[in-house]
Design a protein around this ligand. Structure first.
Ligand SMILES: Cc1cc2nc3c(=O)[nH]c(=O)nc-3n(C[C@H](O)[C@H](O)[C@H](O)COP(=O)(O)O)c2cc1C
Length: 210
């Protein structure tokens, strides 16, 4: 091997080592701030489902991961954020997946007070059609607010359906698949909450994935 090839090899290795060190230093300097910002964004996105309820601490720190199999909507890991005030449970926010949307799964945040009333529903993610199914989004219509204040007994379980299916809740004209999926997911979440309320609030928080 000629000495020029060896020299080039050594130079390249030195450059690679310097680059690796720079990346490591940058990560060290920024990862805490990035994690902090991500948590603040998460807190901000959770708050609308809480209807202004007073609470203490950070919602995201009380996260509970519920891996499948479970009776919540969707077959993926469900996320529950527990909300406390004066160390008493106030509400739980469920991030769940309605799997039977028109164009794919719909990620939903369902806020339920300790007493079992809906504090708010937020559509987190969906692929429904603009002008049809996307009217479930709060910025497209008021449809998603109709659940606020309702509970498992109000209306009774059979009422947790679209009006055209014999239930109590408004449909979206020309698009019944999407709202049907969302209402079913809310109903299943309410049923789960009623059955597991105490253990939900006493379970230790899960470690957040890096
Ligand atoms: C291109 C296209 C996109 C559609 N997107 C949606 C949708 O996002 N959500 C939905 O519920 N129905 C959607 N539909 C309508 C459904 O095919 C179906 O007609 C409807 O959900 C049934 O509700 P309806 O009985 O109120 O018409 C779409 C239809 C077409 C042709």
């Amino acid at each position: 091997m000629s000495s020029s090839v060896v020299k080039s090899g050594i130079t390249l290795a030195a450059i690679a080592a310097v680059c690796t060190a720079l990346v490591a230093i940058t990560w060290q300097l920024t990862h805490e701030r990035i994690a902090e910002n991500q948590q603040l964004m998460l807190e901000r996105s959770l708050a609308p489902a809480l209807a202004g309820l007073e609470f203490e601490g950070r919602i995201s720190e009380s996260m509970l991961l519920i891996p499948p199999p479970h009776e919540l909507p969707g077959q993926d890991t469900a996320i529950v954020y527990r909300v406390f005030a004066d160390q008493q449970p106030v509400a739980a926010l469920f991030a769940v997946t309605a799997r039977d949307g028109y164009a794919g799964p719909i990620r939903i945040l369902v806020g339920i007070s300790y007493a079992g009333e809906i504090t708010g529903v937020q559509i987190l993610e969906h692929r429904e059609t603009p002008g049809l199914g996307d009217r479930i989004e709060a910025r497209r219509s008021d449809w998603v607010y109709q659940f606020d204040g309702h509970s498992l007994g109000d209306p009774p379980l059979s009422g947790w359906a679209l009006q055209r299916d014999g239930g109590q809740f408004d449909q979206l004209t020309g698009a019944s698949v999407t709202p049907r999926a969302v209402i079913k997911a809310i109903r299943e979440t309410l049923v789960y909450f009623a059955a597991h309320r105490e253990e939900l609030f006493t379970a230790p928080a899960s470690e957040a994935a890096e």
